[in-house]
Write a protein of this length. Structure first.
Length: 432
């Protein structure tokens, strides 16, 4: 007989590895595109705001994850606090985030491979990565999480080594040149790329059903992962821009925007055949792979939960008979992801995934506040300190980010909200 439940095998160290791994690719690429919008100062202001947002959000979200440890994550919280319609929209936004983020990372992985092996097309590398890591996630969550921990440790070590090699070459003049090219408008436009530094950390909540003693383990993993990521974010930002200015890690030689800012920064110190340059590109792939692989895992759990409770076709909610993993959901998400990455629009893919994340954040913070009023007796092994300020601040900053995103990306905002409206209408028509 098939066990309909997921295995509990994840420890605090594995949760830390997942939390950092989901996000760490944001240090390797994507964030640099925000420099084109806001310059060094504009991007720094956007990043500071986003660090405050994630600090308040993460500990508020941890309260929900510890009290309601289910694979659906934000869907389960919003459905319980704000009823089924808002729950559906929140769950759908979560799936949009987790399905759109891996293709952007896969493109960057292909770009890094192409630096080392120019004969291999970027798109081919990205598709191969999808096939291989979907298979690993289907095989088992413990194997997947152990792999995630290994590549995450390597990726963190690489970023520390990158900083150690580049900080001695820091130039205040280069760091501050053309620092605020588009004023406050540019700072607002840089917000989605600042969010990319931390996007996906909430995926830790989606493995709560597979965590040993989730009430304690989730909190530890969340907290230490966030601290690690803030430190790495600051190091990478200062070290890479300070070498030769922000333009040098945004624009390629042909004038196009680059998906590999760290190798571009290193290129001003070492020749491309230097051992450190090749070493850091090779290890840098682990950072991208860690996030790609981890977000595949989280997206599979989110889609699985939707299928399990009937908000999506039921075959997506089935657990594999042998491996006890959401194999159907993983394979389905990967098929959609391959179609998305074929567009090659990294910046637009990032922005749509950020829209999904911000929608999830807003309704999750409302859920924290609502459940405190409607279910005061709910067992909360962890309560966010200084309540109600953290969820309220996170909600306000999330709203500011959504408005900024809509103003600077009008067409993409219509596209994103059109997705939500289309599937919500289907939900209302066909959900029994």
């Amino acid at each position: 007989m098939i066990n309909p439940n997921l295995k509990r095998t994840l420890t605090p160290m594995l949760i830390w590895g997942l939390g950092v791994g989901y996000v760490i690719s944001g240090m390797y690429f994507g964030w640099n595109l925000g420099l084109e919008k806001g310059g060094t100062l504009g991007m720094a202001l956007a990043t500071g705001l986003v660090i405050i947002l994630y600090s308040c959000f993460s500990f508020s979200y941890a309260e929900l994850a510890c009290a309601i440890p289910k694979a659906g994550g934000a869907y389960d919280y919003a459905e319980r606090a704000l009823k089924k319609d808002i729950g559906f929209i929140t769950g759908l936004a979560q799936i949009v985030e987790f399905v759109f983020t891996p293709p952007a990372i896969a493109i960057a992985i292909g770009a890094y491979f192409h630096l080392v092996f120019p004969e291999i097309p970027v798109l081919l590398s990205a598709i191969i990565v999808y096939v291989v890591f979907t298979g690993l996630n289907v095989y088992g969550v413990k194997a997947a999480a152990n792999f995630e921990l290994t590549v995450t440790i390597l990726a963190v070590g690489e970023l520390i080594l990158f900083s150690a090699l580049t900080l001695p070459h820091f130039s205040a003049a280069h760091f501050s040149q053309n620092s605020f090219p588009h004023g406050w408008t540019g700072a607002f436009a840089a917000i989605p790329f600042a969010i990319w530094f931390f996007l996906g950390i909430e995926g830790v909540a989606n493995v709560a059903e597979e965590t040993i003693n989730p009430q304690k383990v989730i909190l530890k993993g969340f907290g230490w992962a966030l601290i690690t990521l803030v430190i790495l974010c600051v190091l990478v930002f200062i070290a890479s821009i300070g070498i030769n200015g922000w333009e040098s890690i945004v624009f390629s030689s042909d004038g196009s925007s680059s998906d590999s800012p760290l190798p571009m920064a290193l290129g001003h110190i070492f020749a491309t055949d230097h051992v450190f340059y090749r070493l850091l590109i090779g290890i840098g792939l682990f950072g991208l792979i860690a996030s790609f692989h981890g977000l595949l895992l989280a997206s599979g759990r989110a889609t699985f939960e939707f299928g399990k409770i009937g908000n999506a076709p039921h075959f997506l909610g089935r657990v594999h008979e042998r491996f006890q993993t959401p194999a159907n959901a993983l394979i389905f998400n990967s098929m959609i992801g391959v179609l998305i990455l074929c567009t090659g629009k990294t910046d637009q893919i990032i922005i749509i995934s950020v829209f999904g994340a911000l929608t999830l954040y807003a309704f999750s913070m409302l859920s924290v506040i609502r459940l405190r009023k409607t279910e005061p007796a709910l067992k909360r092994p962890f309560k966010v300190p200084f309540y109600p300020y953290p969820p309220f601040v996170a909600l306000v900053l999330t709203t500011v980010c959504i408005v900024a995103l809509c103003l600077s990306n009008g067409f993409l905002s219509l596209y994103y909200f059109g997705i939500l409206l289309f599937f919500f209408l289907l939900f209302k028509l066909f959900k029994k």
